[in-house]
Design a protein around this ligand. Structure first.
Ligand SMILES: C[S@@+](CC[C@H](N)C(=O)[O-])C[C@H]1O[C@@H](n2cnc3c(N)ncnc32)[C@H](O)[C@@H]1O
Length: 286
């Protein structure tokens, strides 16, 4: 298991997002957003390339799980360039504060918000979700969209989410989990370890299927529901797998795979679907 101090881990996370492949790849393919999309069963092979529409559907699912009235105060923990926060503000009337550890994400988030005229309903500031700088009971809702796997200390982060939520406040987490080592091949375990190490995701190695719900219950959250949506996001991973084939091959023949971590991750996780799942977890602060 990877055991890193919080600060060493934050440095690794910054390094992962700051590299050319991450910056250019996310911008070109997803307009800067960094989460998977949602596809209905039986979606056509052509629709898997319609990334933006699929990501909007995932964000609409987030809004439905938050189930908060317009004007409710929500924290986006790990907001990236703020596209999710703006979608919630614009399409669902929520008041969203985003935090992230990456200055360049935050600058871009503020620029896009000003351009969209959403400055009254979305704002962004530097922050680490392990130590939130908000008073107790500040928010009606908190969410994480594919960021909790980066946590060095998941229990501390969940404790912070609990603290800043009002009683009855809602937490929604879109996150990956893993299959126990003994249930999959050595190759699948090695692939997952490599992805977690190179993409700075130490928590993923600890988050077995069901573990996040146990951790939530351990923090006195009431777990309302947890749904496996792996099949619904798989078309986008299939597309990334095709896009990543050539860069990953180039990385391997030149010995520079560390420069194509996203291509490597897409290829390896597509090849080993038995080792991971993607879940949507909804919990209520008691
Ligand atoms: C996969 S991206 C998702 C970004 C955004 N949620 C989205 O869907 O576009 C993960 C984000 O979490 C941020 N992050 C990682 N660890 C964090 C921490 N401890 N506190 C705050 N943000 C963090 C990263 O900087 C990155 O922007």
């Amino acid at each position: 298991m990877l055991q890193l101090s919080r600060d060493t881990n934050l440095t690794k996370v910054r390094g992962y997002y700051d590299r050319g492949e991450s910056r250019i790849g996310y911008r070109v393919l997803l307009g800067g957003t960094k989460h998977f999309g949602y596809y209905e069963p039986g979606a056509s092979v052509w629709s898997m390339w319609r990334f933006k529409a699929a990501m909007r559907r995932m964000e609409d699912l987030l809004a439905r799980r938050l189930a908060l009235a317009p004007g409710s105060r929500v924290l986006d923990a790990g907001c990236g360039v703020g596209n999710v926060a703006r979608a919630l503000a614009d399409r669902h009337g929520l008041d969203v504060t985003g935090i992230d550890i990456l200055e360049f994400n935050l600058r871009e988030a503020s620029r896009r918000t000003a351009r969209a005229g959403l400055g009254e309903r979305t704002r962004f500031q530097r922050g680490d979700y392990h130590r939130l700088e908000f008073p107790d009971a500040s928010f009606d809702g908190v969410y994480t969209m594919e960021t909790f796997v980066h946590a060095a200390d998941p229990e501390a982060a969940l404790g912070e989410f609990y603290r800043v939520l009002k009683p009855g406040g809602r937490l929604v987490m879109f996150e990956y989990s893993r299959t126990p080592e003994e249930q999959v091949s050595a190759a699948a375990n090695a692939a997952l370890r490599r992805v977690c190490d190179e993409a700075a995701m130490p928590a993923w190695l600890r988050l077995y299927h069901g573990t996040l719900d146990e951790m939530l219950a351990g923090q006195a959250f009431h777990v309302e529901r947890s749904v496996d949506v792996t099949a619904n996001m798989m078309p986008m991973l299939r597309a990334f797998n095709l896009i990543g084939k050539f860069p990953y091959w180039c990385g391997r023949v030149t010995g520079l795979t560390y420069k194509v971590v996203n291509a490597m991750s897409a290829r390896e996780m597509y090849k080993h679907p038995e080792v991971w799942r993607y879940g949507v977890h909804t919990a209520v602060r008691q």
